[in-house]
Design a protein around this ligand. Structure first.
Ligand code: ZN
Length: 135
């Protein structure tokens, strides 16, 4: 099956997801899923809101003709990736780069706390080490 056909199918699934999303209303907010009891946990609620936002964002992308396109490099997002996550807006390479950057940012924060630095692999140059030790 051609990529184009697969994309059209997935786009159709996306529209169905949106319909399911807007079919249920609680206090005027669209909620994913069939249940909308008052005892829905806050986390569950937020997860649903997150899902809902992602689906709507993916629909927007579809209408802009960007469904299946990577937001990072403008390349094609693999069909297998879209099947796994229909709202995927990046190819695997860009996603990995982004996640690697996020991890790096976290490490940066940890480095500020020197007590925790030892637990993380942190290498410093001799110059840096001497500066720390006041040499
Ligand atoms: Zn990409």
């Amino acid at each position: 099956m051609s990529r184009r056909t697969r994309l059209r199918e997935l786009g159709q699934q996306l529209e169905e997801k949106k319909v399911a999303l807007t079919a249920n209303h609680t206090d005027g907010h669209p909620i994913l899923g069939e249940k909308s009891h008052g005892d829905v946990g806050e986390i569950e609620q937020r997860t649903k809101q997150y899902e809902s936002d992602r689906v709507l964002a993916a629909i927007d992308r579809k209408h802009e003709g960007r469904f299946g396109k990577c937001d990072g490099c403008d390349g094609d997002v693999l069909i297998s990736r879209l099947v796994a996550d229909i709202c995927a807006d990046m190819c695997i390479d860009c996603r990995r780069t982004l996640e690697a950057r996020d991890e790096f940012a976290e490490e940066d924060e940890v480095e500020l706390d020197f007590g925790g630095a030892e637990r993380h692999e942190y290498t410093m140059s001799t110059t840096e080490a001497n500066k720390l030790l006041g040499r």
